[in-house]
Design a protein around this ligand. Structure first.
Ligand code: CP
Ligand code: NVA
Length: 336
């Protein structure tokens, strides 16, 4: 490998634990692994190893990415679904960590509180990877940065605007990732949806070092002026009660990404990104139920923007696999 990274034995729990240089090196390693896959070059660098995937919340991209990436690296995979393990119900996180560490070389966890994945890592003797908690979604950000770097050729100085609930996993992790690698980050939403003040203060420190600028805006038109990337996520996340839809729609509807907003950047080359899944039409059960109930044909992004030439969401989704492969490879093997 050309990308030399010394993360062997480390957990991947949140971007706060990594330097900007390490995050950028993970993006480079993802690009390298993507090129190998496209060229048909075998890369079974972890042959003979096995990993466990714990999913306490559902998934399409993250699960498939871990499974395909593991197989490409030569590893075996065991998937534990939300009902299929004892974790949390009949067995503590600490006990689960010690049992799985005796059989697997790495453990992925998707679930609720960040403290669960942190505890799992404390008791595990093998690397633990965060596949999404309510507070953080770090593998998604490596994929997002890769997608932006592929599209614009660089990261430093790009203007990135996050529209919507910026207090949750995506808003938090994007702010940290951008601040660490020198991408200017704007969160645009009502004030009560701004990220936690302590996290903002930490990110101000990273931004000072990287040269990034952070902004917190309530006015969409002011936020998106000069934006290179407009990003959004669902207004109601996994694990949140269905009752919050009404308030979220009320609060966040003015922050929907639509064609009128995309035009306000003043740049033709602005792209649209979304971690997915997205409520851009009524072709999903939840989208239809909520759309009919609240008289809307889309939530956080219109179908027009989602399907437009400016939308790079499916490149972004593909990059989940390459970047998760980079995270696993760099923490399982010595690349120096
Ligand atoms: N973006 C993302 O994590 O997608 P899944 O929920 O399908 O894994
Ligand atoms: N905020 C979303 C992200 C999904 C990838 C959720 O937690 O459901």
């Amino acid at each position: 490998m050309n990308t030399k990274l010394n993360l062997t034995g480390r957990d991947f729990l949140k971007l706060l634990d990594f330097t900007g240089a390490e995050i950028e090196a993970l993006v480079s390693l993802s690009a390298e692994l993507k090129a190998m896959k496209k060229a048909g070059v075998p890369h079974r660098f972890c042959a003979g190893k096995n990993i466990a995937l714990i999913f306490e919340k559902t998934s399409t991209r993250t699960r498939c990415s871990f499974e395909v990436a593991a197989r490409d690296l030569g590893m075996g995979v065991t998937y534990l679904d939300p009902q299929g393990s004892q974790i949390g119900k009949k067995e503590s996180t600490a006990d689960t960590a010690r049992v799985l560490s005796s059989m697997f070389e790495g453990i992925e966890y998707r679930g609720y509180g960040q403290e669960i994945v942190e505890e799992l890592a404390r008791y595990a003797s093998v690397p633990v990877w965060n596949g999404l908690t309510s507070e953080a979604h770090p593998t998604q950000i490596i994929a997002d940065l890769l997608t932006m770097r592929e599209h614009f050729g660089h990261l430093q100085g790009l203007n990135f605007v996050y529209m919507g609930d910026a207090r949750y996993n995506m808003g938090n992790s994007l702010m940290v990732g951008c601040a660490k690698v020198g991408v200017n980050f704007t969160a645009c939403c009502p004030e009560k949806y701004f990220p936690d003040a302590k996290l903002i203060a930490a990110c101000e420190g990273f931004a000072k070092e990287s040269g990034a600028k952070l902004r917190f805006e309530t006015d969409p038109a002011a936020a998106v002026k000069d934006a290179d990337v407009i990003y959004t996520d669902v207004w109601v996340s996994m694990g949140e009660p269905v009752e919050v839809w009404e308030e979220r729609i009320h609060d966040l509807a003015p922050y929907q990404v639509n064609a009128a907003l995309m035009c306000k950047t003043g740049k033709d080359e602005t792209v649209f990104m979304h971690c997915l899944p997205a409520y851009h039409d009524l072709k999903t059960q939840v989208g239809r139920e909520m759309g009919e109930k609240f008289g809307r044909d889309a939530m956080e992004v219109t179908d027009e923007v989602f399907e437009s030439a400016q939308s790079i969401v499916f490149d972004e989704a593909e990059n989940r696999m390459h970047s998760i492969k980079a995270v696993m490879l760099s923490t399982l093997e010595n690349l120096q």
